[in-house]
Design a protein around this ligand. Sequence first.
Ligand SMILES: Cc1cc2nc3c(=O)[nH]c(=O)nc-3n(C[C@H](O)[C@H](O)[C@H](O)COP(=O)(O)O)c2cc1C
Length: 404
Amino acid sequence: MSIRVALRRLVFGGAAFAAGTALAYIDDPEQLPFDLSNVAQKALQQLDAERAHNVAIWAAVHGLLPIEKRADPPKLRTTIWGKHFSNPIGLAAGFDKDAQALEGLLGLGFGFVEIGSVTPLPQPGNDQPRAFRLPELKAVINRYGFNSQGLDVVRANLIAYRRSQLHRPANQPGPGPGLVGVNLGKNKLSEDAAADYCLGVSKLAPYADYLVINVSSPNTPGLRALQSRKELEKLVKKVKATRDGMPWSAAGPPPLLVKIAPDITDADKSDIAAVALKLGIDGLIVSNTTICRPPAVAEHPEGQQTGGLSGAPLRDMSTEVLRDMYRLTKGKLPIIGVGGVSSGADAYAKIRAGASLVELYTSLVYEGPSLLRRMKKELTALLQRDGFASVHDAIGADHAIPRR
Ligand SMILES: Cc1cc2nc3c(=O)[nH]c(=O)nc-3n(C[C@H](O)[C@H](O)[C@H](O)COP(=O)(O)O)c2cc1C
């Protein structure tokens, strides 16, 4: 081929490609900001994990993230605890620990965002570096150790967010206002864990759509021991009494959930289910990060870092714990499924195993904001394929237990 012919082909080919791309954006102009932010996300991966996270939060605070303007597919709407979620996909705890970036993060199209874990007093967490990417495995290991600005700062941020929503135009395009869960932790040096969680409830419950007692972070010494039957029962009784002793409108208090680890024995699972049913816990979150190191992770250069493992290697493990907890609680409790969700199929598998809602964190780090659009499309198609009219109809579909 002569140079002239090659050049001509290059110019015509390039022009056709540019025209095709432009046409695609004319068809869906809202896609461009998502694609651009995906490119930015990839660039952020050149920074160390914590710095990249801080830049992402900064971008969310400053309105630099794309905004989802499409309404969610009606099949994805769901109602749990009398609360309306425009889609069942939420952002898991740990991303916006201090509730700084709610508007930007909900604007991405999440059905809900869980802030925290928040500790009563501000604390710095563990020394840096404390977050490590394992990109080949789509995983992260973190040992942040509850770095938190504390209840007072988070309370002020939640109040500011709630106020901003009062002025939200009713006909604003997009999925809807989105709900906010509040995940509570304890200070590292506190000797009375229950007092810390109760303080969290008394200060933040009025601004929460749901509350979470997080007893499953691997990075706070002794925390996971609170999952044992005796400790959990004592803790939940006190926290519930605090919540129920507060003045509430007719709508009542926010539901109280417990977030558990994936590294628990069958006996632990039965104990947690028994406590949940006996004390009327409103739901479970399954699961936090794992301290296990599957072989592929163990062989990775960063695989032996101390901390909790999240992302793809956690996915099936956390889904199996979720399946067990659904069975043991006889489908009576809403469960939020979290761990390694990065596609509509992953979300659907958790819903069929018993999740009423799902959450993700690590896949957002690798895939960027357009992940949500893809997941919603895939999940809707899977529900359609299997003849489910809504997400609700698919909850626990893998089990013989009749649904709630
Ligand atoms: C960097 C990082 C920080 C986290 N911090 C918290 C936290 O403060 N509280 C909590 O309950 N879970 C925390 N998690 C756990 C996530 O909420 C989630 O349970 C876990 O990462 C599994 O989901 P994923 O595989 O989609 O990331 C954190 C996870 C990561 C990766």
